[in-house]
Design a protein around this ligand. Structure first.
Ligand code: SF4
Ligand code: SF4
Length: 477
């Protein structure tokens, strides 16, 4: 018998009411463990390094074969080793190809609203808006297909400013793309995030006919929405947005429509916002984006507010769980996403697809990591005329993915968070290579909470994953 060395970076225990769950960090898998497993794990964690014979002695009252079987299970998961370091989770990332599935077109830098917190660094008033030309959009699609010719599905995302303010281009792109992808035997999907104000029944029907995935930016009931989402003249935009959103929802049939809420300083009322958008307005899903790193620091949630936001998200998460167990889906996107990641056992090397599966093209055709970087001072990666700066882009992605000497190397949520959003790091630390260290504890707490909910649902409402999570995946969310 040899020695057993506990590897704390690979195991994380979460207690959910009466149940003990073991989260296997390298694979993001979850196991329910019994009292003996718990006692063995607790003993190994306490000792750190111990002779196998001493473990057998400690559990002398148990069947030795049973204890040996449990230890083998822990060895197989590399939660204990014989003293050697666990095998690397994955070889260092090397990016040679860019399997693009998504291209984001910034069709107009202009916006007809003037939301006080807007992060877009290339945002202009409507009259000063710089619009993308059709030729640039077509070259973007050429690039998508050149870099990644063999996919079955592609996504074209229209972003702004307010994308509907350049509807002419959107219509032309759809007219160009649909027959082009059909001739290749490929599927193309379109998505768009809008402030809703420019929608008309005719536009909605056209978007519906082309099965656009739509998200409306809306921040909640009037008092909260109007705090920041204002017209150019400085008036609240709630009445206009709510009217248009109701019109949209009353006639949109092809896909569920979601709302995206930006949480800024002073806006932490998660349940109230969700209730209004889901139950009063009628969105299928509501997702929250807490702002921690905007360029205008006055709008960032402060530490206490961020704490309140996460507490509110957990309270809504409990409602999500209870309703899911009763067979209902309350449409809380953040929770859905976490359930999907855990259900699919995703072990992510990268936080998102930016720069690898997705690129954003600004109005001039310059290539950016994602839509949040257009117009910023962040390095760009070529343009649709001259092509992708492959070397520079892979160097960035590889450097950010390298966890050596970073806190992420041993973090228990490293394969779900993967260092966090590049833009958050860029905005908070002026360094996109740095992990989003400014709210790790909150993220870990949120993931622990999600693991608990997942553990509950998988045993008490497994059908929820088929009825609510799988269709969401099919919609590309
Ligand atoms: S950024 Fe923080 S929470 Fe995320 S993986 Fe790194 S250490 Fe963990
Ligand atoms: S870098 Fe951040 S904002 Fe951009 S796609 Fe990734 S997670 Fe989203």
């Amino acid at each position: 018998m040899g020695y057993l060395v506990f590897q704390p970076q690979n195991a994380h225990r979460v207690r959910v009411e009466e149940r003990d769950l073991l989260f296997h960090v390298p694979t993001t898998s979850l196991f329910e463990i019994d009292e003996t497993d718990g006692a063995v794990l607790g003993f190994l964690a306490e000792k750190g390094r111990i002779a196998e014979a001493d473990v057998a002695a400690r559990f002398a009252g148990h069947d030795p074969a049973d204890i040996a079987r449990r230890l083998k299970g822990l060895r197989d998961l590399e939660i204990v080793t014989d003293g050697r370091a666990p095998s690397p989770e994955r070889p260092p990332i090397r990016i040679e190809n860019f399997p693009l599935s998504t291209i984001v077109l910034n069709v107009n830098t202009g916006c007809n609203l003037s939301c006080t917190y807007c992060y877009k660094e290339d945002l202009d008033t409507p009259s000063a808006g710089r619009k993308m030309a059709l030729d640039t959009a077509i070259r973007s699609i050429d690039l998508l297909l050149k870099e990644s010719p063999d996919r079955e599905k592609y996504n074209i995302v229209f972003f702004g400013g307010e994308p509907i303010s350049n509807l002419r281009l959107i219509r032309d792109v759809v007219e160009h793309a649909e027959p082009r992808f059909a001739a290749l035997g490929r599927e193309v999907n379109f998505t768009l995030t809008t402030n809703a104000t420019l929608l008309t029944p005719e536009i909605v029907d056209w978007l519906d006919a082309h099965r656009f995935g739509l998200t409306v930016s809306m921040d909640g009931p009037k008092a909260l929405h109007d705090l920041n989402r204002k017209t150019i003249g400085g008036k609240g935009s709630y009445e206009a947005v709510a009217t248009k959103a109701r019109m949209l929802l009353s006639r949109y049939r092809s896909r569920p429509v979601g709302a995206r809420v930006t949480l800024t300083a002073g806006v932490t009322a998660i349940h109230e916002i969700w209730d209004h958008l889901k139950n009063d307005i009628g969105f299928a899903e509501v997702g929250f984006s807490p702002v921690t790193s905007g360029t205008m620091t006055a709008f960032n949630l402060n530490g206490d507010e961020l704490l309140e936001v996460f507490e509110g998200m957990k309270a809504l998460g409990r409602l999500y769980r209870d309703e899911a167990i009763a067979g209902r889906n309350i449409g809380f996107s953040n929770m859905h996403q976490l359930m999907q990641d855990l259900y699919e056992g995703r072990s992510k090397a990268l936080p998102c697809g930016a720069g690898v599966g997705m690129l954003a093209v600004d109005h001039e055709g310059t290539l950016n990591l994602c839509h949040r970087f257009t117009g910023s001072e962040m390095e760009t990666y070529g343009n649709v005329e001259t092509g992708l700066k492959r070397k520079e882009l892979s160097a960035f992605i590889e450097a950010r993915a390298d966890r050596t000497d970073k806190g992420c190397a041993t973090c228990r949520i490293r394969n779900l968070c993967s260092g966090g959003c590049y833009h958050e790091s860029y905005a908070h630390f002026s360094d996109p290579l740095k992990p989003t260290y400014h709210y790790c504890d909150l993220m870990r707490d949120w993931i622990d909470f999600g693991i608990g909910v997942y553990g509950d649902l998988i045993t008490r409402a497994p059908q929820f994953f088929h009825t609510a999570i799988a269709p969401r995946r099919a919609h590309g969310k």
